[in-house]
Write a protein that binds this ligand. Sequence first.
Ligand code: THU
Length: 134
Amino acid sequence: MSAEDLIAAARAAMARAYAPYSKFQVGAALRFADGAVVTGANVENASYGLSLCAETVAVARALAEGRRGGLVELAVVASGPDTVTPCGRCRQVLHELAALGGIDPVIHCVGPGEVREVRLSELLPHAFGPGSLG
Ligand code: THU
């Protein structure tokens, strides 16, 4: 699967976002080493602070499916005017799954007219993870 296909999967997920409060829709698509793609969209709540980000939903889906690593790359796309990068909490949540597989995934951060490619370790250097507990 190409990066374009992964971005298309993130866009399709974004269309299913439940974001009636912020109206800011986000989609994420995770690609695994076995070729599987797991997507997520943001899920908001009337109690605003309980809202879930797209990346976190995707990671939770992957873990709940039994995945414990193999995350190679992901794409994130949002409905806003700027290039979207995962929020701080999502960086940490992504790191958990990435660290289980020992892979530093590429993140395709989609914006209007550009796709910024960064490694998760660039967004979250010196991360705390599963290996940090001893
Ligand atoms: N959001 C995400 O889904 N991912 C991010 O990385 C940043 C923010 C969502 C949360 C909320 O539903 C909306 O975007 C506005 O913050």
